[in-house]
Design a protein around this ligand. Structure first.
Ligand code: BEZ
Ligand code: FE
Length: 290
């Protein structure tokens, strides 16, 4: 076939996929072609605009490094990461709600004993995090793995420092005790702008959007026989809770940051004076067989 025009080119490309033997690949390719062509037909880009779009994607790739993932930022800021998250975590109501992983997760964080102080390079206001991990029937899950990470009181992650991944800080791995409890000491994290000195930052500017995320602590929770939960706990009262740049906030994940009076936390742990508390009860859904 020849002589392609606005009216016949979409079908011609779809026909060209008829030899694809992997049904999932074929379905994805067909949907990509249909939606991409519909998008172009809707916006009717000038050739300069289309070249600009290609430059944008090229720069997005070029911005990526070991410690910077511009494509994750693009997916997050366009709401695609939260959409993929919602589709893949249709858990029962009682389960802890999930949210974006984000670009600052580091797999090779260190194991710490319960109670450890995990902020070594920051002298921000003191924090104790006290959590429990339960199953959907309310039984504690002993030995569950907690991976946690957060920004400092100025809104920066360790990997954004000059040291990159060589000096990990404010991130750790713990295991729950026999009662499904975990606790650790750190500093109170601040709200922060996502990295906005690249193409995604320029896109947010052009769209008239701010780059901020409300203050939060990240958790990845896993245990044999249970679904892994990737989530955050957000601090109530943060001015960005209703305009999170990556659409990650859910009411059930917001908790008070309370100031502990005296030198013992509600969980019975000794703390410095003026320490704040984040307490949260996590519920892991049973593994679904798929
Ligand atoms: C984060 O919470 O670490 C994050 C999530 C999405 C984009 C940027 C940062
Ligand atoms: Fe974060």
């Amino acid at each position: 076939m020849r002589n392609f025009d606005e009216d016949n080119i979409t079908q011609a490309v779809l026909d060209r996929l008829s030899g694809c033997t992997d049904p999932r690949m074929r379905r994805i390719s067909e949907a990509l072609v249909r939606h991409l062509h519909a998008f172009v037909k809707e916006i009717e880009p000038s050739e300069e605009e289309w070249a600009g779009a290609i430059t944008f994607l090229t720069r997005t790739g070029q911005m990526c490094s070991d410690t910077r993932q511009e494509f994750i930022l693009l997916s997050d800021t366009l709401g695609v990461s939260m959409l993929v998250d919602a589709i893949n975590h249709r858990f029962d109501e009682g389960a802890t709600q999930t949210t974006v992983l984000g670009p600052f997760y580091v797999e090779e964080a260190r194991d710490f004993p319960l109670g450890a102080h995990i902020a070594h390079e920051s002298d921000g206001p003191g924090l104790i995090v006290e959590g429990t991990i339960e199953d959907s029937r309310g039984n504690p899950i002993a030995g569950a793995l907690i991976e946690t990470w957060h920004a400092d009181d100025r809104g920066f992650y360790d990997v954004q420092r000059d040291t990159g991944k060589s000096a990990l800080d404010m991130r750790a791995r713990f295991h729950t005790d026999q009662e499904g409890r975990f606790w650790y000491r750190s500093v109170v994290p601040a709200a922060y702008p996502i990295p906005n000195d690249g193409p995604v930052g320029a896109m947010l500017d052009a769209q008239g959007r701010h780059p901020f995320r409300p203050a939060h602590v990240h958790f990845k929770l896993s245990a044999p026989g249970f679904e892994t939960i990737v989530t955050h706990v957000f601090i109530d009262g943060d001015p960005y809770l209703d305009s999170d740049v990556v659409f990650g906030v859910k009411d059930a994940l917001i908790t008070n940051l309370s100031r502990i009076e005296g030198r013992v936390s509600p969980g019975g742990h000794e703390v410095e004076s003026r320490t704040s508390l984040i307490a949260y009860r996590f519920v892991l859904p049973d593994k679904t067989i798929s």
